[in-house]
Design a protein around this ligand. Structure first.
Ligand SMILES: Cc1cc2nc3c(=O)[nH]c(=O)nc-3n(C[C@H](O)[C@H](O)[C@H](O)COP(=O)(O)OP(=O)(O)OC[C@H]3O[C@@H](n4cnc5c(N)ncnc54)[C@H](O)[C@@H]3O)c2cc1C
Length: 291
């Protein structure tokens, strides 16, 4: 199919009208860092593109008291520069800071990262750890989906051809909880994450785990919670021994999930340092809070 045109739109209403009209013949373009490659390789051949990069409503980060709302059109650079993602939300800052190059971070959006849905998308494991919800809009109205469910069950929760991802929101963690992130890329610059681990952690006064969420990138078909390791670590004191054992738990889950894949031996080794770094950074932060 030949590309007939590009609609440069200024409102969400305009986007949903066009999506309703063109359905599978339309594709949204935000920063273009993923889709332009797909167009060039003729992986997709839409009739029209809907350019959402001028919709102001999609480009803000809002501190709504109990919640933080990030517009789908917010770039990685904007997240890196926001003061909201320092301190105990530092894991999201780090994930965005490690995306590609300055050019990619300036153009690439968090909504594009989520919608493109690569297993290696850097922003997703931290957002899953935070229990994030995404809001999708169509002519029929809006619906909210838990990000974790969105990837797990695309048939029921995935984005439909007439939907626009509008925003991502999550509850602000209290200061005794921390989000951390570790990533191993193939190259230092422009590395698409080959393995990433995000951890959300809370410890009691004795240093025992009261809350833990662990999410991985590139350890399965999509970014996901590592429920077995969460269950293993909950209630335990974090030390060399328990972290070593936790690594074995993740490796066992991977063995089943990635059975027969040529990358499994490499990923088994790499996950070790990623989990250690992610949990270790979390402990260091909380030690500072408790000191
Ligand atoms: C050199 C290079 C390095 C990269 N490095 C990294 C990296 O380190 N980590 C990483 O995670 N990614 C990386 N990427 C991938 C890419 O930059 C990200 O996935 C980025 O977030 C995509 O956002 P975008 O706005 O450019 O999306 P686009 O390319 O505009 O769109 C991507 C897809 O999402 C859809 N879409 C976009 N916005 C919406 C919306 N609001 N609602 C519905 N659908 C939407 C589009 O239709 C398209 O299918 C890299 C890419 C390149 C080219």
């Amino acid at each position: 199919m030949v590309l007939e045109g590009v609609y440069k739109v200024r409102s969400i209403d305009e986007v949903v009208e066009l999506l309703e009209k063109y359905r599978e013949n339309a594709k949204i373009i935000a920063g273009g860092t993923d889709i332009v490659i797909a167009l060039r390789n003729e992986k997709i051949t839409p009739k029209v593109l809907i350019d959402i990069s001028s919709i102001d409503e999609l480009k803000s980060i809002k501190d709504e008291g109990e919640f933080i709302k990030i517009g789908a059109g917010v770039t990685f650079t904007k997240i890196v520069e926001s003061s909201l993602f320092q301190k105990n939300l530092w894991g999201l800052y780090k994930a965005c800071r490690l995306v590609g190059s300055p050019q990619i971070r300036n153009k690439g959006t968090i909504g594009g990262n989520i919608a493109n849905g690569s297993s290696a998308a850097d922003s997703i494991p931290p957002l899953i750890c935070l229990g994030s919800t995404i809001t999708l809009a169509s002519k029929n109205g809006k619906r909210k989906v838990l990000l974790e469910e969105y990837y797990k069950d695309k048939a029921n929760y995935g984005m439909k051809e007439d939907e626009l991802l509008v925003s991502i929101d999550f509850k602000k963690p209290t200061e005794n909880r921390v989000l951390s992130f570790a990533k191993l890329g193939l190259r230092k610059a422009l590395a698409i994450s080959r393995i990433s681990i995000a951890t959300f952690l809370e410890l009691d006064k004795k240093g025992q785990v009261t809350t833990i969420r662990v999410a991985s990138g590139s350890l399965g078909k999509y970014p996901m919670r590592e429920l077995e390791v969460e269950e293993f670590l909950c209630g335990k004191k974090l030390n060399e021994r328990t972290i070593d054992e936790a690594i074995k738990v993740v490796q066992q889950s991977m063995d089943e999930r990635l059975k027969g894949r040529s990358t499994l031996p490499y990923k088994r080794v790499a996950v070790e340092s990623m989990l250690r770094e992610s949990i270790g950074d979390g402990i260091k932060f909380l030690d500072g809070v408790r000191a």
